[in-house]
Design a protein around this ligand. Structure first.
Ligand SMILES: Cc1cc2nc3c(=O)[nH]c(=O)nc-3n(C[C@H](O)[C@H](O)[C@H](O)COP(=O)(O)OP(=O)(O)OC[C@H]3O[C@@H](n4cnc5c(N)ncnc54)[C@H](O)[C@@H]3O)c2cc1C
Length: 431
């Protein structure tokens, strides 16, 4: 197999990269190890897309915005349950929609296909090695885009990376899950009357007052209501997680699954409307918030975040606060008002951007990265990991890769003004 552009990983970044690349005329293959596209939004069961808007200001345009509109056209979400800032994901609808979008745009796709290695020399890749039900095989391409979240491809190719905090610890993982038999009307009435914030802070406070079990140091995160009677929960933490080794992942999945009955006990007792709810499904995979950050030509940092920095070669903009979940319970900040998530929040209208060089792994001539694993420091990564901005970096990488293959140039040599013009023409918000 030989392609112009190969995209590894079919999460938000990978889907946007593959569609953008194919739209610009590059012969594009997307490989994904799971059975569907969507990444954490489907296989991770994450309940909601983060903000695409800053109130009246569009933050994320392009392919991410197209997807959002398609989801909203015919979703199951009753108007009463729709949250204007966060968009609750119906993961079954999302899986089908992404299948349609990649097919309609002429992307070739292989699901159930694991990237296992690379061939090439001197920082120039020739092919990736994959394994799936058909066996082991190689796929050649001119340009490779790593959207695995973990930076698997770039690291196999020799890229350097940063990992975790100063002690090598990463943010806790969460096995998201769905409940059925939920009286959504009762919950929404309660939420409106009580001011419950969707993070279930009041429910947790009640449980703590009762001296009842509060899961994982009150690691309450989020609830997404995407249809009457059901809801998704981003709830519960697995600490000391090791997302890059199979033993670590196995233990994390099992630990998280074992905790689900206790989480359900809490939900049934303290979340109005959930008294008779049942656990409908988990995962399917544990959600990983943090792993590798590939070392790139540029690197966005906390200082960039604080300065609301804009760059001459900015390719995507965002404003989400620094959202660092603790790697171990001892680091849990009990006072939410003092947490970085609250204190780092931008004012209305403010944003930072991501320079193109964050998509270019140092030392590799024909590999790009997009999504969670772009070149950033740890604090900044806790903002750029949100799914909407992953669509943005993905679209930029896919567009750049297609431009490069059409002109026979390397991503490092691309005229970024040209790239920015194309992104703007394709309705991306880049700064
Ligand atoms: C518990 C949790 C809650 C979150 N809550 C929110 C939220 O509410 N809103 C929000 O916007 N964001 C949220 N996030 C962040 C967000 O979901 C992720 O950071 C985002 O999905 C990253 O996008 P990505 O495309 O880079 O990677 P991913 O979504 O992780 O997709 C990577 C894809 O690559 C595939 N892959 C990995 N390795 C290989 C390989 N070797 N071969 C082939 N395929 C491979 C994976 O199967 C996956 O489909 C949350 C994350 C977690 C874990």
């Amino acid at each position: 197999m030989k392609y112009d552009v190969l995209v590894a990983g079919g999460g938000p970044a990978g889907v946007a990269a593959a569609i953008a690349s194919a739209r610009e005329g590059a012969r594009t293959l997307l490989i994904e190890k799971e059975a569907c596209l969507g990444g954490m939004g489907t296989v991770g069961g994450v309940p909601a897309y983060g903000p695409f808007y800053d109130e009246d200001i569009e933050l994320i345009g392009g392919i991410g915005q197209e997807l959002l509109h398609k989801l909203m056209e015919d979703d199951l979400i009753p108007e009463k349950a729709r949250n204007t800032r966060w968009y609750a994901i119906d993961s079954e609808r999302l899986k089908r929609l992404l299948d349609e979008m990649v097919a309609d745009n002429g992307v070739d796709i292989l699901l159930h296909t694991y990237l296992t290695g690379v061939t090439g020399e001197d920082g120039h890749l020739l092919s990736v090695e994959c394994v799936n039900k058909s066996g082991k095989f190689n796929i050649e391409a001119d340009i490779f885009i790593d959207c695995t979240g973990d930076g698997d491809l770039a690291v196999m190719a020799g890229a350097g990376y940063e990992y975790g905090d100063e002690e090598g610890r990463v943010q806790a993982g969460t096995l998201c899950f769905k409940i059925a038999g939920f009286d959504t009307d009762a919950f929404l009435k309660y939420a409106q009357e009580s001011g419950e914030d969707g993070n279930l802070s009041l429910a947790v406070a009640r449980a703590k007052k009762d001296g009842a079990f509060v899961p994982n140091e009150m690691s309450v995160c989020g609830i997404g209501i995407y249809a009457d009677g059901v809801a998704s929960f981003n709830f519960g933490h697995v600490y000391n997680i090791r997302p890059l080794d199979s033993d670590g992942l196995t233990r994390a999945e099992m630990e998280a699954r074992a905790a689900l009955p206790r989480l359900m006990e809490f939900i049934r007792r303290y979340v109005p409307g959930a008294e008779n709810a049942v656990l409908a499904a988990s995962g399917p995979c544990i959600g990983i918030r943090e792993s590798r950050r590939i070392v790139g030509r540029d690197r966005v940092t906390r200082a960039d975040y604080d300065k609301r920095a804009k760059h001459a070669d900015g390719i995507a903009a965002y404003n989400y606060p620094i959202d660092l979940h603790p790697p171990v319970p001892a680091l849990w900040d009990e006072d939410k008002n003092k947490s970085l998530y609250v204190t780092s929040r931008y004012k209305h209208g403010e944003s930072y951007d991501i320079p193109y060089g964050c998509l270019l792994p140092a030392g590799l001539s024909n590999v790009m990265v997009a999504g969670r694993c772009i070149s950033s420091d740890r604090a900044m990564n806790a903002s750029v990991r949100l799914m909407p901005i992953c669509f943005g970096t993905g679209q930029a990488a896919g567009t750049a890769a297609a431009l490069c293959t059409a002109e026979g140039i390397k991503p490092w040599d691309l005229d970024t003004d040209r790239l920015r013009d194309m992104l703007i023409a394709n309705k991306c918000i880049i700064g």
